[in-house]
Design a protein around this ligand. Structure first.
Ligand code: FEO
Length: 399
């Protein structure tokens, strides 16, 4: 995608990265991503909002050339992570008159992580404005979505809000806007789970801050993925995802070496469905972890299934427990099912790994060898217990 006009004063000048499949060497990107960079053209000055990942810097410079500007007065840094700031050193070489406009926290991060010599900073605070002539930019601090430095930039007269990572998603497309609502929900929810959910209470506060100016915004322009031409859609999703509300749903990530744990998982899945509870089993070794992360946003209960390896939980099951703990899974209940041959520490290890989560552990069911009818009865008892907990829990909609 080359330069795209958002309004008479704002161009998209970023880069699409269709081939990227991993972020932070951790997060799968099934749909690639984009690094959105925006050029705001005032009567007196031009400002670039965020740069792009250094791997795509030539695309940004080509787009700036194509947009026809002769000078760049400001580069607004909404967040210091390198996928948005990494091209700054080269940008400043090309446009030496350009001043970096950002908050103090982001400035500290930039100087820690980049080689920036002979650069001029303009440090802004919450509510400060920068007048470009015909268009004013107002800045709002929205820390911890997901680093401590994030700010938004509001192009007031154009009614466009630039939120950097916040309200974005990893999705590569030539379209400025994504019209498929299902695709948007799926992609944005996965992104929220992986990047914003660990800071859920801060995300909620920042959402409220943006909701206060919602009537002044026509377009939300994040720094990853398509823009939102109906801001209420993404704001409504965040309203739901950042709330305490949970679904009458059980996420069951599991790993089964010889089929015994899988028998337990299948039996639990069927027992939950019979009790009108949504069951979501995922074989960990065959699943994109983003799909599991997405379920952590609103599952009332998580049941981790594991075989025994070297006397303890399977490392893949422990990895999912670690992920759930780190991402701050919102579930109110958890349990563990699995099998062993002659001894196991599955329960201790998994329970210890999710110990930061504020949830109630429902009695685990660990069985020896292949499950028999008595073992399967224990699984049905677990389904009964989950049903009882969900019905009594005000956070869970079990009607
Ligand atoms: Fe897209 Fe936190 O960088």
């Amino acid at each position: 995608m080359t330069v795209k006009s958002i309004s008479s004063r704002i161009d998209w000048v970023g880069a699409i990265d269709r081939d990227r499949r991993l972020f932070d060497e951790l997060i799968p990107l099934p749909n690639g991503t984009s690094y959105n960079s925006y050029l705001v053209k005032g009567d007196n000055a031009n400002a670039l909002i965020d740069t792009v990942d250094p791997s795509k810097k030539e695309t940004l410079f080509d787009n700036l050339r194509q947009s026809g500007i002769e000078k760049l007065d400001y580069v607004i840094v909404n967040h210091g992570e390198q996928d948005h700031s990494g091209t700054l050193p080269t940008l400043i070489e090309k446009y030496p008159e350009c001043k970096i406009v950002t908050n103090q926290k982001a400035r500290d991060i930039l100087t820690d992580h980049l080689t920036l010599e002979d650069v001029k900073f303009k440090i802004i605070d919450d509510g400060d404005q920068l007048d470009l002539g015909g268009v004013k930019l107002e800045f709002g601090l929205i820390p911890w979505v997901h680093w401590p430095d994030t700010q938004y930039t509001h192009a007031i007269e154009e009614e466009v809000l630039f939120t950097c990572d916040f309200l974005g998603h990893h999705y590569a497309t030539d379209q400025l806007f994504l019209n498929d609502e299902c695709e948007l929900e799926d992609s944005a929810k996965r992104y929220y789970a992986e990047i914003m959910m660990p800071f859920n209470s801060r995300a909620r506060k920042n959402l409220e801050k943006i909701q206060e100016i919602e009537n002044e915004i026509e377009i939300i322009a994040p720094s990853h993925g398509p823009l939102h031409e109906n801001p209420e859609n993404i704001l409504d999703y965040y309203e739901e995802w950042t709330s305490k509300k949970l679904k009458n749903k059980v996420l069951i990530p599991y790993v089964s070496m010889h089929g015994s744990t899988e028998i337990l998982v299948e039996h639990l899945t069927n027992a939950l469905i019979e009790r009108d509870i949504e069951a979501k089993p995922y074989h960990i070794t065959k699943t994109d972890i983003g799909d599991i992360a997405k379920e952590l946003v609103d599952s009332g209960t998580i049941v981790i299934g594991s075989s025994t390896v070297l006397g303890g939980a399977h490392p893949k099951a422990l990895y999912i427990a670690y992920l759930a703990n780190g991402l701050g899974a919102k579930a109110n209940y958890a349990s563990i099912i699995g099998s062993y041959g002659w001894g196991t520490k599955i329960v201790d290890q998994i329970a210890d790994t999710i110990s930061s989560l504020k949830l109630e552990l429902i009695e685990p069911k660990i069985i020896k060898g292949k499950p028999n009818q008595k073992d399967l009865k224990l699984i049905e008892e677990m389904a009964d217990k989950i049903q009882e907990k969900h019905r009594k829990d005000p956070d869970i909609n079990s009607n």
